[in-house]
Write a protein that binds this ligand. Structure first.
Ligand code: AMP
Length: 216
């Protein structure tokens, strides 16, 4: 199965994708996680990406496409989180999947009110190492600044700071909302309202992709 998770920053794509990957065995492909790993490793791509990410801008398409196009035919199935974010990326994904004769089974659009998104992002923190997400109000780590999962440092992402958040919302509307329309024209978009508890969102997501099928 090949699933694309779409939604604005803060919609909970990463949280839900991790959970879905765990329960189905599908490969979770998060371009944001991949870029953060490059930044942490101090690679050339990481240095370049950081200059865009810190401001809430998108990293140029060519770098993102090169990072992901070899991974789309994973036999376990793929769960795309944060990709494609532009029409150019969506077309590149189509091309890569066409080459291996595999379709996108479902695009799931996770929608959340803008006010709630801003609130979520301003309280969001993340483990520097394993990327476990936290909400500093409703789901803080048991020990301040320390990840419950792996014991590494929990930080606020530079791009979750207010100026960058504002820009990320704007960039999403300008560049990523058209991608949603691109898929809507094909009729394979499932809409879910991604508010409520993570469990209830997971339930909606599982229904949207008809999880009774085999994942591969
Ligand atoms: P995310 O963790 O998905 O919110 O991504 C964090 C940041 O990484 C984004 O704000 C962008 O700067 C960059 N990024 C992640 N995925 C992409 C993508 N598909 N295209 C361009 N930039 C991306």
């Amino acid at each position: 199965m090949r699933i694309v998770l779409m939604g604005p920053p803060g919609a909970g794509k990463g949280t839900q994708a991790r959970r879905l990957a765990e329960s189905t065995g599908m490969k979770h492909l998060s371009t944001g996680d991949m870029l953060r790993a490059e930044v942490a490793a101090g690679t050339e791509l990481g240095l370049l990406a950081k200059s865009f990410m810190d401001k809430g801008d998108y990293v140029p398409d060519s770098h993102i496409i090169a990072m992901i196009e070899q991974l789309v035919d994973d036999p376990a199935g793929i769960l795309l989180d944060g990709f494609p974010r532009t029409i150019v990326q969506a077309e590149a994904l189509d091309e890569a999947l066409e080459k291996v004769g595999l379709p996108i089974d479902k695009v799931v659009h996770m929608s959340v009110d803008t006010d709630e998104l801003v609130l979520r992002l301003s309280n969001r923190a993340i483990c520097k190492k394993c990327q476990t997400p936290y909400n500093l109000i409703s789901n803080a780590p048991s020990k301040d600044g320390v990840c419950d999962n792996c014991g590494s440092e929990v930080i606020v992402r530079d791009d979750d700071k207010p100026e960058a958040v504002k820009n990320r919302m704007k960039v999403y509307e300008e560049l990523t909302a058209p991608v949603l329309n691109y898929y809507r024209q094909r009729g394979n978009v499932a809409e879910i309202v991604a508010t409520g508890t993570p469990d209830s969102v997971f339930e909606k997501l599982s229904q949207a992709i008809e999880l009774t099928q085999s994942a591969g």
